[in-house]
Write a protein that binds this ligand. Structure first.
Ligand SMILES: Nc1ncnc2c1ncn2[C@@H]1O[C@H](COP(=O)(O)OP(=O)(O)OP(=O)(O)O)[C@@H](O)[C@H]1O
Ligand SMILES: [Mg+2]
Length: 112
């Protein structure tokens, strides 16, 4: 199992969610976050206004999924989140040791 953490522009969330549903992922967690990248937030525009603060609003998507879906999911996120402008975000992939569905005690891939 792997975990994908994707930081994206908030207005792209619906597109990304739809693209991920087509891949067949079973669940996701979405959090409103703030962050900055190489430009330190200074030159980015959000909803028409230029932000002068360091932290810009972003959305973080977390998905735990079986190894064989990772490449498809990463491509789906990248394509659907891309505007080609700075601040489009990042995708991080890490290993997950265990998962458990609380209701049934299923573990591993069965719990996803
Ligand atoms: N190294 C990092 N670690 C953790 N989060 C990061 C990292 N880089 C970027 N982020 C998160 O992703 C968001 C978007 O980053 P961003 O796309 O601006 O990266 P960038 O490296 O500056 O690329 P670009 O030049 O395309 O803007 C940031 O606001 C922050 O929340
Ligand atoms: Mg940036």
């Amino acid at each position: 199992m792997k975990k994908i953490e994707a930081i994206i522009k908030p207005f792209r969330l619906e597109e990304v969610k739809d693209a991920l549903n087509e891949v067949g992922i079973a669940g996701m967690t979405v959090t409103e976050v703030k962050g900055f990248g190489r430009q330190k937030g200074h030159t980015e525009i959000y909803r028409g206004s230029e932000y002068t603060v360091d932290f810009l609003p972003k959305v973080k998507i977390e998905i735990v999924l079986p190894d064989n879906l990772v490449d498809l999911a990463v491509t789906a996120i990248s394509k659907s989140a891309k505007t080609g402008k700075i601040g489009d975000g990042k995708i991080f992939v890490s290993a997950i040791e265990q998962a458990l569905r609380i209701r049934t005690d299923e573990k591993g891939d069965q719990a996803l």
